[in-house]
Design a protein around this ligand. Structure first.
Ligand code: ARG
Length: 488
């Protein structure tokens, strides 16, 4: 038997509806409709249904503007606006059943329900509008909201890092290069390194929000419209700073989505590095931190285990956010102007990247707020790695020895310490003098951890003086962000 979806004379209203299904909005010129499977394939409703608030806000603004411009009657505008409010109530209360075999996307679902509720006025809403400018509008409103949420989460983590840093000015731990103990640093200094990474993420999120902050509404399908629209009115009602100046660009541009995914990916990169250190530091071998029980998991077989699962999962989720970025970059390349259905693939990576990064920022903030630093263990490790060797050589330099000779003398002392399993401070003065007669009693004070650390007094260094400056700069940065943060 022939496929019922491709057979049959068109009904009076155009394409014949499938059993129990409404004819699509474009029924007029069609003689057959896609199968249920194809309809499902073409639908974005399962992904874009979350845009319902943006869609309804955009439609109300559009209808009011059409009324103000004399394109719709005041009675129609009133019916549309109250009908849209009723649709919003139904969705909010879970009373509207979405079905992607009936409605391709949230725009069609809202318009269909509106028309069911208010009749012919509902059919006038789409005057001078296309789903092409509508979807660009909804996505931009969503991107702005997502960016604001991400900025708030980012700021929470920055504040947590800064607060923990303030309290750890005196804590000294090994600093590493090549993951080998290199020079001792203050824990506050180490934590602030992440603070600055996150502050750059905040700035990227702020810029991504600004990229979304221009209205495409009124561009219609691609070329603008014959109706006398007031694009500035809808833009300002919806909280946009400006109107996109080119209708083709307005319906084709997804840079704002890519900017937000990229900003999310960079934040994930930083979270992943921080989480890697937390995983390492919470190992028995390092023992620098103890994760709060409420931020750890156990093992179903090994009773002694306490696993940094959530830190690992953040590290793991970084990969999918990079995937979101690559997916949309690849979707966009080579698309001719203006709207192409490929663009429908923008929302999944956008939502996934922003949701994932937001969640991870919150999770890591909770972790940083609650973890315990094992100060004694950090200090012990800082003393273990012969990390005062550079300073010991500098000591000899301060007594007039050329640095190369000093490096050689201290290198031989280091070899002796390694062979005997002891620290530089454990060497007797005689042992030191065997390598250089310039060593004196004051060398012991010179190589104490605090002295070693505070000698790094250059701007941005780990010494107490530049650290105090850095903490103040971080406070200023956070205050500036709080002042600049847009209201939701
Ligand atoms: N569902 C579409 C999307 O998400 C909406 C725009 C469709 N426009 C069109 N002409 N088919 O991109």
């Amino acid at each position: 038997m022939a496929d019922p979806h491709t057979q049959g004379a068109p009904g009076a209203d155009g394409a014949e509806a499938r059993d129990g299904q409404a004819a699509p909005l474009w029924g007029g010129r069609f003689r057959a409709t896609p199968s249920a499977d194809l309809t499902r394939f073409g639908a974005s409703l399962p992904v874009d249904r979350r845009l319902w608030e943006e869609d309804i806000a955009g439609s109300k603004a559009h209808a009011r503007m059409l009324g103000a411009q004399g394109i719709l009657s005041e009675a129609d505008v009133a019916a549309i606006v109250s009908g849209l409010d009723a649709v919003a109530d139904e969705i909010r209360e879970g009373r509207l059943a979405f079905d992607e075999t009936v409605d391709e996307d949230i725009h069609m679902a809202v318009e269909r329900r509106l028309t069911e509720l208010v009749g012919s006025a509902g059919g006038r809403l789409h005057t001078a509008r296309s789903r092409n400018d509508q979807v660009a509008l909804d996505s931009r409103l969503a991107a702005k909201r997502l960016a604001s949420g991400l900025m708030a989460a980012c700021e929470r983590l920055e504040a947590a890092l800064l607060a923990r840093a303030e309290a750890e000015r005196e804590t000294i731990l090994p600093g590493y290069t090549h993951l080998q103990p290199a020079q001792p640093v203050r824990l506050a200094h180490h934590l602030l390194a992440y603070f600055w990474m996150l502050s750059r993420d905040w700035a990227r999120l702020f810029a991504a929000r600004r990229a979304a902050d221009a209205s495409p509404l009124g561009s219609a399908a691609l070329a603008g419209t014959t109706y006398p629209l007031d694009r500035g009115a809808t833009a300002s009602e919806l909280g946009f700073s400006s109107v996109i100046p080119n209708s083709l660009d307005a319906v084709s541009d997804r840079d704002f989505a890519l900017d937000l995914i990229y900003a999310s990916a960079m934040a994930m990169l930083h979270l992943s590095r921080l989480c890697e250190e937390l995983v390492l530091w919470s190992s028995a071998e390092f023992g620098f931190v103890t994760m709060d029980d409420a931020h750890s998991t156990g093992s179903s077989i090994m009773p002694q285990k306490k696993n940094p699962d959530f830190a690992e999962l953040v590290r793991g989720k970084t990969g999918r956010v990079y995937g979101d970025l690559m997916a949309l970059l690849t979707t966009m390349k080579g698309l001719p102007l203006a709207y192409d259905k490929d663009l429908q693939e923008d929302k999944e990576p956008l939502f996934d990247a922003a949701d994932t990064a937001r969640q991870c920022l919150e999770v890591v903030a909770g972790m940083v707020e609650t973890l315990a630093f094992n100060r004694a263990r950090m200090r012990e490790a800082a003393g273990e790695g012969l990390m005062a060797a550079t300073d010991m050589a500098d000591y000899l330099v301060s007594k007039g020895l050329p640095f190369r000779e000093a490096h050689g003398a201290v290198g031989r002392l280091v070899a002796r310490c390694v062979a005997e399993g002891k620290g530089l401070e454990d060497l007797a003065l005689d042992e030191m003098r065997a390598e250089s007669p310039l060593f004196d009693e004051d060398v012991y004070g010179w190589i104490e951890l605090e002295a070693v650390v505070d000698r790094r007094a250059t701007e941005g260094g780990t010494g107490a003086a530049p650290l105090a400056v850095q903490l103040a700069l971080a406070e200023d940065e956070l205050a500036r962000q709080r002042a600049e943060a847009p209201a939701a």
